[in-house]
Design a protein. Structure first.
Ligand code: PEP
Length: 251
């Protein structure tokens, strides 16, 4: 039995004031969410604030990216040990926005996965196809390649210590959600690819769906056999919406 996980990806949004308000709302409502694990992934500069406001609650927190390096002359980079120093549990790796705007390759993403694990963080590895790739019928080829790169570089046992997030790029921030059946098909493919490397890993790894998931569509998505929760962008910025998604996953 895999514990559902709902993780918010705040992206580059918020201020100290708005984050305090958001966290206040989450803390007030999170008591109803007893079965699902819940986390928020904050912009790096706000992680200390998030730590001080969430410490002692059931809500975990994390970063949105990590350096492949441990320390040194890498201006602007943030090491896994730094995220761990501020109590981060999770870190998002290979989000499509980082792949698209920061040139992160499958190889770099795999290195980041290793760096995160070396710091004791749980990586949330994002995979997913663009609209063009879906229309070309190469979704499985793309997602399989992204997953294989991590398995090849990190080994299946290490991949088993992380979380996978299937995020069709065409569904992120667009309001277009994959239908539950479309998402389930790719999630089943991901689990099958993990199983072909190690059945025990495939049985325990959580595969989240991400892409315009919201209170209206969350229940149907998480009802699918291979969808173990969500990575939530826009809806994670509103406490009531995020809590509603958490409640949908809370079984
Ligand atoms: C995301 O960016 O990880 C995401 C899922 O965004 P949204 O929910 O806004 O589509």
């Amino acid at each position: 039995m895999r514990q559902p996980l709902v993780a918010g990806n705040w992206k580059m949004n918020g201020s100290r004031a708005s984050i305090a308000e958001l966290l206040g709302g989450l803390k007030a409502g999170i008591g109803q969410v007893t079965a699902a694990e819940v986390a928020v992934c904050a912009p790096a500069v706000y992680i200390a604030d998030v730590q001080s406001q969430l410490d002692g609650t059931s809500i975990k927190w994390g970063g949105q990216d990590v350096s492949v390096y441990e320390s040194g002359a890498y201006t602007g980079e943030i090491a896994g040990s730094m995220l761990a120093d501020f109590g981060c549990h999770f870190v998002i790796i290979g989000h499509s926005e980082r792949r698209a705007y920061h040139g992160e390759t499958d190889e770099v993403v795999a290195q980041k996965f290793t760096a995160a694990r070396a710091a004791g963080l749980v990586p949330i590895l994002c995979v997913g196809e663009t609209l063009e790739e879906r229309e070309q019928g190469i979704t499985e080829e793309v997602v399989g390649r992204q997953l294989d790169a991590a398995i090849k570089h990190c080994g299946i046992a290490m991949v088993g210590e992380g979380v996978i997030a299937y995020e069709p790029v065409w569904a992120i921030g667009t309001g277009k959600t994959a239908t539950p059946e479309m998402a389930q098909a790719v999630h089943a493919f991901i689990r099958g690819r993990l199983a072909s490397n190690d059945q025990a890993v495939a049985d325990v790894v959580r595969v989240l769906y991400g892409g315009s998931m919201n209170p209206k569509n969350a229940a149907e998505l998480v009802a699918q056999a291979d969808i173990d929760g969500g990575l939530i962008g826009g809806a994670s910025l509103k406490p009531d919406d995020f809590l509603a998604v958490c409640s949908a996953a809370n079984s």
